[in-house]
Design a protein around this ligand. Structure first.
Ligand SMILES: Nc1ncnc2c1ncn2[C@@H]1O[C@H](COP(=O)(O)OP(=O)(O)O)[C@@H](O)[C@H]1O
Ligand SMILES: [Mg+2]
Length: 384
């Protein structure tokens, strides 16, 4: 391996976690049986405190990321308005793994049941909010976030379109939408000008939720788009033809790269949501992502803003996770949602049943956290 120093790896170059894009997404779906009792993901713990990078390093990584004049691009979009006065943040505490103890689970179940039976309607934005979920790192929770926010928002009365822009089609899998070769997909829209409306399908058993699926053909689109006219704006054009008044939110799940597919998503929407994994090297690459957002904002889409940052896969047992969470918050301020998504086995199991964790196990810590994150986003839709 090349010299790790300076690339953001903790000194010593040991990689405490190994995460790969698409890990854990099933090729096919097993029969659903009763979910076993939730267990805390054992994950990989940092092997020793001595390998923790200093807080100074975390801060430097973040400062580098935000120092390139990107600050204008960070903040709530003017069109979203301010956070509603009554936007009470329910989970102000970081969800900890303690919530996976039997007693806490019972308590959580009570909340989950109450929440899901009431299904109070959350505020809906006046105009459709198009939110691109982007981070060129794989395995940070983009797809999981897209699918679970979509499920939560739809359960609370919003109409959602998920656009799957990742050739791996993980979001389509999790939403139980067919995306095998031969299915009309986002590929046909981007490369062949097929109207987006023609490929949108309802998500089974999820009222108000639709999906534009991705097939593996999309992998070729990165190359096929290169010589095309307005290659960065193909998705935006397709969305202009779509009657967005039919939706409250369009969530675009990006592939793990900053190629033409992600750029198309950034041109098509006004908001970027960046999921950040609570690990040190999650901060690597953030600078590049912010610079890309800035470039798109400067040249192709001046409405674009990083409106939301969501901390994902939090493992309360590591000091590093807490430190990363604190520092991301101090750098990015109000765009960071109060809710932090904990690591939870349930979250990673859900897609193999073609479900979000919201429906798979509504009482699990992951479902509750994603639901709270969605609630925060919904309350940001309220105009002052
Ligand atoms: N909060 C979580 N707890 C446990 N596993 C998670 C969590 N969020 C995501 N995962 C798992 O991590 C892997 C990567 O997540 P994914 O959403 O596919 O990332 P990305 O879309 O950024 O590549 C998947 O296997 C997913 O199931
Ligand atoms: Mg993904």
């Amino acid at each position: 391996m090349h010299d790790a120093v300076g690339l953001g790896w903790p000194d010593g170059g040991t990689v405490p976690f190994a995460v790969a894009a698409g890990l854990g997404w099933p090729p096919s779906r097993p029969e659903r049986d009763n979910p076993p009792t939730e267990q805390v993901s054992k994950g990989a713990l940092l092997s020793g405190e001595e390998e923790l990078p200093g807080s100074e390093r975390v801060r430097q990584a973040l400062s580098a990321a935000v120092s390139r004049g990107t600050s204008d691009a960070i903040g709530l979009s003017p069109e979203i308005g301010t956070v509603a006065q009554n936007a009470e943040v329910v989970v102000s505490e970081v969800p900890s793994n303690r919530s996976d103890t039997p007693i806490a689970r019972a308590a959580a179940a009570a909340i989950g049941v109450r929440g899901s039976s009431r299904r109070d309607a959350w505020p809906r934005p006046q105009n459709c909010r198009v939110i691109t979920i982007a981070n060129q790192k794989g395995g940070v929770g983009k797809t999981t976030t897209t699918v679970n926010l979509a499920a939560s928002l739809s359960q609370h009365g919003s109409r959602i379109l998920v656009i799957d822009l990742d050739p791996q089609g993980n979001a389509s899998t999790a939403l139980d939408v067919a995306h095998h070769v031969g299915i009309e997909s986002v590929y046909n829209v981007l490369v062949e000008n097929r109207p987006l409306q023609q490929i949108v399908v309802p998500v089974p058993e999820m009222q108000g939720l639709s999906c534009a699926p991705a097939t593996i053909d999309l992998a070729g689109a990165e190359v096929e788009l290169v010589p095309m006219v307005a290659r960065e704006s193909r998705l935006a054009r397709a969305m202009e033809q779509l009657d967005l008044s039919n939706y409250d939110y369009v969530l675009i799940d990006c592939p793990p790269s900053l190629g033409l597919l992600t750029v198309n998503a950034l041109v098509a929407g006004a908001e970027v949501l960046i999921p950040i994994q609570c690990e040190y090297y999650a901060l690597e690459g953030l600078e590049q992502l912010l610079r890309t957002v800035d470039l798109v904002r400067g040249h192709l889409n001046n409405r674009l803003r990083i409106s939301t940052i969501l901390l994902t896969m939090y493992d309360g047992r590591t000091r590093l996770a807490t430190q990363v969470a604190d520092d991301v918050r101090s750098h990015f301020g109000e765009v960071v949602l109060q809710t932090i998504i904990p690591r939870s086995v349930r979250v990673s199991e859900a897609p193999s049943y073609g479900q979000s964790v919201i429906t798979y196990d509504p009482a699990s810590s992951g479902a509750i956290a994603y639901s709270e994150a969605a609630r925060e986003i919904a309350y940001r839709s309220v105009r002052a």
